[in-house]
Ligand binder design. Sequence first.
Ligand code: COA
Length: 416
Amino acid sequence: MSKPLDGIKIIDFTHVQAGPACTQLLAWFGADVIKVERPGSGDVTRNQLRDIPDADALYFTMLNSNKKSLTLDTKKPEGKEVLEKLIRESDVLVENFGPGALDRMGFSWERLNELNPKMIVASVKGFSDGHHYDDLKVYENVAQCAGGAASTTGFWDGPPTVSAAALGDSNTGMHLAIGILTALIGRDKTGKGQKVAVSMQDSVLNLCRVKLRDQQRLERVGYLEEYPQYPHGEFSDVVPRGGNAGGGGQPGWVLKCKGWESDPNAYIYFTVQGHAWEPICRALGKPEWIDDPAYKTAEARQPHIFEIFETIEAWLADKTKLEAVNILRKFDIPCAPVLSMKELANDPSLRASGTIVEVPHKKRGTYLTVGSPIKFSDLKPEITASPLLGEHTDEVLASLGYSKQEIFTLHEVKAV
Ligand code: COA
């Protein structure tokens, strides 16, 4: 079956997570992604947190499926020559090196544009070009702190907290993928490539946009009515950490269910959706609350929202999280169990939809990964194993017109 990105050739000069997540997505959708790696070592994640000696770590395999691996020392003249050939016939180059690394290698945007004016050059950096921190190297949690996520996550009496979700890494990669696809469509109209740059700070901030909303509301009115600090606590002049409060206009909280004493995930998230108040009262066996002026409106409920949550917890005390959700779903209440990674890994619906996939790998045997979270009516991305280091070096060199003898020489001088 043909795929939408068939025929798009991508030089994947990425490492760790942000860049690889972007190029993996494009590979799933049909792009020919050639990962360029340093001979002998390759992407650092091949070795990071290994669970099987001598086999690529899951960190690598889960971010580099459906790609080819070409080893190339792009600091050696022979390696640079190969890279130049590849650049001349590729559509996109994606990189997430530290600031200035590509320029130091001799491949500035101007040089790349000269070699192939139709090529799109896509970069991830910690901070955007010209930012006063644009010289900094950045990893996930640094970006979460710089992008507003950490200052607004966690509980008010605890320190800034980072999320387990890769808001700085994979999220930035997804932003970059949107930028690349946009530039490819733009190229169809203009015939020209362009530079696409995404910073991790900007990508985190983009996901924290409701907190910037809250900063402005706070400055105007002095309080934020959906935060647990309202109406009994104090507000300063910065958006506080709101614990597990809902970020929109619907109050919600993580509530204990049967077994919470021993199971760290025996909880549900319960949302007190404004217009669902009547079904909530019926589900909880509290019909007297429906028309009680102390509970009837969202405004009336807010001052004692935590008493309401306590009442719901009392109702949950003899129900497991799954039993509770099975009851609440009949009342159309927005809620879900707090699911552990173990539960997600074995979830039959996620297996059936291709969101959790088993991938056979030459050295590891089978491993689990997250497949495409994007579903299409005419495309079912097939997830194939990540490449071994240099697995496709000879194949890629041959496709660039190198003879067997020339390939042998490149190996001899350790350029590949
Ligand atoms: N052949 C020869 N040299 C290669 C090479 C190859 N195939 N691939 C990479 N290199 C070199 C680069 O030229 C660079 O050398 P230089 O610093 O001497 O110029 C070096 O390897 C890579 O440097 P760098 O990317 O800075 O690696 P690092 O391990 O010190 O830093 C990061 C890692 C992730 C912190 C840094 O790359 C970074 O800040 N990237 C941008 C933001 C980002 O994506 N963060 C990670 C999110 S998961």
